[in-house]
Every structure is written in C-alpha cells, then in structure tokens.
Design a protein. Sequence first.
Length: 209
Amino acid sequence: MSYTYVSVLYEDQEQIKFSGFGVALSKVTANMELPVGLRQLAAVLLKQFIKKHWQEGDELFEHPAVSDDDKAVIRKLLLLTLDDSHTKICTAISMAVASIAIYDWPEEWPELLPYLLNLMNNRINMNGVHGGLRCLALLSGELDCEMIPRLVPALFPHLFSIVSSPEGLMILQIFGVESIVFSLLLLQVGLQLWNKVRPRHCQHFGLRL
C-alpha cells in the first residue's frame, strides 16, 4: 500500500460509500509495521473523513454517515494507538480523537477521559503519558464552556501529579502542560464570571434565561 493508493482511495467517492472505509483508515493508522509517513497520511485522511461523515446535522456533514459499529471500532483503534512512539503519528491520532470527542464525549464516549487519565498515570509507559497529554491539549482547545466544569475536576489532580513527578519538568518543557492548565483556568474563571453577569445581561437585552 502506497501514499498514492491511500490518497486515490479517499478521493474515490464510490469507496467512501462502502461501510468500513473509516475503519480501514484507522487500521492503517494503527499498524506499526507500515511506514510512518503512510500511517500519518491515513490519520490525516481519517480526520477529514470524521469531519464530513461522523455527525449528521453538522454543517460540514456529507452522506453517507458512519455506522455506530464502525464508530465504536474507530474510537477503540485510535485510543489504543495514542502511545505510539512517533510524535507525528501521535499528534495526528490525537487530532482525530479530538475531532470525534467534539461530537461524542461524554455521552457516546464516556471511556475517553478515564482512558486518557490512565495513560497519563502510567509512568512506566512514557509514550502513553506524552500521548495522553498531547490529546488533552488538543481536546481542551475544542471543547465549549459547558464541558469545562466536567473536565477540570477530573483533570487537575492528574496534571498536578505529573508536574510534581521527577519527569515533570521534562514533560512541561516538551508538551507545555502549563499552557493546558492556564487555558482551563481561564475558561473556568470566564464561565464563572459569565454565570454572574448573565442575569443582568439577559435582562438588559430582554432575553430569557
């Protein structure tokens, strides 16, 4: 399988109509025996596929929609590959995970956050720690304010544990955990302020709460 093969496969709309196309891209992404460049390309194409075919009703949606069975397989394969040792692969997979999380977390994907936290807590597998942090960094930028209060209480103790560990300084330097913490704090404070001013704001403009 070559770069050209994957690109042509994605551009062929007849192929996309067949069930399992997203799963096929996920399997290429997760296959560590394939060339890194090919796996990275498959992950990028998978992210594009997710944006177009994952969620009916989304402004970017195009038929056909991904089946529930295929969604479950794709989510599982992506999570199992987050501890990949190749930085570019891990980043591409994290982007695909974040794209899915916009639609599915937490209702359709409740295991996402526990899985990421388990990766972060397993100091024996530093690739998993890096992958979990990288995914959370991308995920925190995609979530709206309604999701932040659900994420912050679960996330902060684990980030503090990482920062306090012997490897914490290195992880901070490489992955910028402090930027994640700061971003989440700002969003949390902003949400609290908005909740305080919202009644006056809505009353001023004649809006209902």
